[in-house]
Design a protein around this ligand. Structure first.
Ligand SMILES: Cc1ncc(COP(=O)(O)O)c(C=O)c1O
Length: 335
């Protein structure tokens, strides 16, 4: 496959399909749209994080870890996938989540609790200022008890996790070749940057020839250009990868964070309903709903043109729909 690829275990159901979104193409009236269904990598283990975890768990196992520690928002998809992957591989998990309370056990938290993850809550301030230190402290506490913890950073976005989408790019390349299709752009939601970093590197290594466009669902485009730039550079250096990514290739579209991370606007929820009704595809409110909303708006504004072909990466997140507040937003007074 790729030179210097680190060890990997199999967690995801691969390859995930690529489908044409006929109805949305007609509705948006612009470029040809395709969707890469990484929401179908599994049930509990669904979404983009599973590809990263294939490499991170291989590393954790190599180090003899017995407990995975990671972090995220209270409804973190990454934490849910990590907790399930831990259980499936005979490990425990501690999730350091940003939030006031665990209850009600809905969405991802329900699955976290079902697989027996330990949840530790932190405030937004603690999370913003020192989440890595907090996870280190949890690690130390476990080591003092004779455990062997392995810390996975936010979103699994480190040079090991980036391999998930380096490898996925090769999968995309093979599928597109088989479909006799060439896409101009691959579009993804961005939350911690690892997916876009992997797509950028993998796109070069696989000679995909498509630009990679990210829609950030928190922070700013500028923040992610720098963060992804660092992650790309670290990964290329650590694995001596034969490619180069220039700053102007790290494309992010600002302006679609909306009310803030994990907060929905009525127009975003409306699009989620439209996509469900037109295509039978379920977007999530935190990532893919916002990214596709942004893409549709950018198509309307002429950034993506008729004749172009776009591959939208469905990065998963379905359990975000099963959170009371989102149900209320989708069906007011009925949820
Ligand atoms: C469903 C979903 N989509 C997209 C993302 C963003 O991916 P990344 O963190 O690699 O930027 C995440 C996680 O942050 C996610 O859970």
């Amino acid at each position: 496959m790729f030179s210097n690829e680190p060890k990997r275990i199999s967690l995801a159901r691969l390859p995930t399909p690529i489908q044409k979104l006929e109805k949305l193409i007609a509705l948006f009236g612009g470029p040809e749209l395709y969707i890469k269904r990484d929401d179908l990598t599994g049930i509990g283990l669904s979404g983009n994080k599973v590809r990263k975890l294939e490499y991170l768990l291989a590393d954790a196992k190599d180090q003899g870890a017995d407990t995975l520690i990671t972090c995220g928002g209270i409804q973190s998809n990454h934490s849910r996938a990590t907790a399930i992957a831990a259980t499936q591989n005979g490990m425990d998990s501690v999730l350091v989540l940003r939030g006031k309370r665990e209850t009600p056990y809905d969405g991802n938290v329900l699955l976290d609790k079902l697989v027996g993850a330990e949840i530790r809550l932190v405030t937004p301030e603690q999370y913003a200022q020192r989440i890595d230190q907090i996870m280190e402290q949890v690690g130390q506490e476990l080591r003092d008890q004779g455990r062997r913890p392995y810390v996975i950073p936010e979103g699994g976005s480190n040079p090991i996790g980036v391999w998930g989408y380096i490898r996925a790019s090769g999968e995309i390349k093979d599928q597109l070749e088989e479909m006799n299709l060439k896409v101009d752009a691959v579009v993804t939601a961005v939350g911690s940057g690892g997916t876009q970093a992997g797509l950028l590197i993998g796109g070069k290594l696989s000679d995909l020839g498509a630009r990679v466009v990210g829609f950030n669902v928190c922070d700013t485009a500028k923040h992610f250009q720098a963060r992804i730039g660092r992650l790309v550079a670290e990964t290329i250096e650590k694995y001596a990868l034969p490619c180069q990514i220039f700053p102007d290739e790290i494309l992010l579209v600002d302006g679609y964070v909306g009310r803030g991370y994990a907060l929905s606007r009525p127009q975003e929820l409306k699009l989620i309903k439209t996509v469900a009704r037109q295509e039978g595809v379920f977007l999530d409110p935190v990532y893919t709903g916002k990214a596709l909303f942004g893409l549709a708006d950018q198509i309307r504004r002429g950034r993506f043109k008729k004749g172009e072909k776009i591959l939208f990466l469905h990065t998963g997140g379905i359990f975000g729909l099963f959170v009371q507040e989102k149900r209320e937003g989708l069906f007011p007074g009925k949820a």
